[in-house]
Design a protein around this ligand. Structure first.
Ligand SMILES: O=C(O)C(=O)CO
Length: 320
């Protein structure tokens, strides 16, 4: 196999990726997270190892040059790529599904419980000395996961992993919506419903669909006008699935009980953002897949995908 030039567009990529790639590739690592700098780094690359929110579009692909034929993204989501441009140039493209299902599903369940049991508010009571010193049976009451109706928007691998976990909490019904009814839904005992029914009937709504033209800002004021007032929204997908102003209004006006968000807009969130001030919001800084094992597995899979494609074979997890 010839030696190839691979650009790793992030200096924090786990070592395992280098161990795999360097047998066959010369690696250039981008050390500056700016578009201007990455536009220079990619020049002449045969493959890109992407672990970045920087958009891969016509400008960046032109900067790389026509020899660029392989891109592996160390993520399951790939909304930062201009897919039509990649396809038009015959670039082989792969992502990292499956290996992050457990980590992301675990954080989804954590957010559901934390938001429904008023984690942020409780923590503030402790910090601010407002933890009342008598037994008020009505203080800090939350929503039960057990017996609740779960609505999963997007029953892909992560949505399924969430459903599996929730069954362990003895939830009531599991509803899901998406393009079509799925055999996996039947195996999970989940019911395929339309979006409207899911919104109206769910006690917990999990956003596990990818960001695309159909899902962009799907949770808007119309959406929140139909949710149960006791409902909890969990988002582990992308912040742009939610019209954040509409969400904030729903949370402030009691149209929604609480939200647990691993993703938001923008990322990083500005420190004066209203979401941070709300007691009924639990936030994590987009760390769904951030465990040692998961990030190593994502790095390994991305490196192997790239090598396979450079060698003319199909990637292990191709998008196309
Ligand atoms: O891999 C991704 O796309 C993620 O956002 C992981 O949380």
């Amino acid at each position: 196999m010839n030696r190839f030039k691979v650009v790793v567009a992030n200096p924090s990529v786990p070592k395992i990726a280098y161990d795999i790639l360097q047998k066959h590739c010369d690696i250039k690592t981008s050390t500056v997270f700016s578009r201007a700098s990455i536009l220079q780094d990619v020049v002449g690359a045969d493959a890109l190892f992407w672990a970045s929110k920087i958009r891969v579009d016509k400008e960046l692909l032109d900067a790389a040059g026509p020899q660029l034929k392989v891109i592996g993204t160390m993520s399951v989501g790939y909304d930062q790529f201009d897919i039509d441009e990649l396809k038009a140039r015959g670039i082989k493209f792969g992502n990292t599904p499956a290996v992050l299902n457990n980590a992301v599903a675990n954080i989804a369940v954590m957010l559901a419980i934390a938001a429904s049991r008023r984690f942020t508010e409780g923590r503030k009571h402790i910090e601010e000395g407002t933890w009342i010193n008598y037994f008020n049976t009505q203080w800090m009451l939350g929503q039960d996961l057990t017996g609740s109706t779960i609505g999963i928007i997007g029953l892909g691998q992560i949505g399924q992993a969430i459903a599996k976990r929730l069954k362990g909490f003895d939830v009531g019904n599991i509803l899901y919506t998406g393009h079509k009814e799925k055999p996996e839904g039947i195996e999970l005992g989940a019911k395929f419903v339309n979006l409207d029914n899911l919104i109206r009937e769910s006690d917990f709504i999990f956003l596990a669909a990818p960001l695309n033209n159909q899902t962009y800002q799907m949770c808007n004021s119309d959406f929140f006008s139909k949710t149960k007032k006791t409902a909890v929204l969990v988002n582990i997908s992308r912040g742009q699935l939610v019209d954040q102003e509409a969400l904030i209004t729903a949370l402030k006006t009691g149209r929604l009980f609480a939200a647990g968000l691993d993703v938001m807009t923008p990322e990083p969130l500005n420190t004066d953002n209203e979401l941070i001030k709300l007691n009924n919001v639990v936030l994590t800084p987009h760390v769904g897949s951030a465990t040692n094992d998961t990030r190593n597995a994502m790095a390994e899979l991305t490196a192997k995908n790239i090598l396979r494609a450079l060698g003319g074979a199909e990637m292990f997890t191709p998008v196309f």
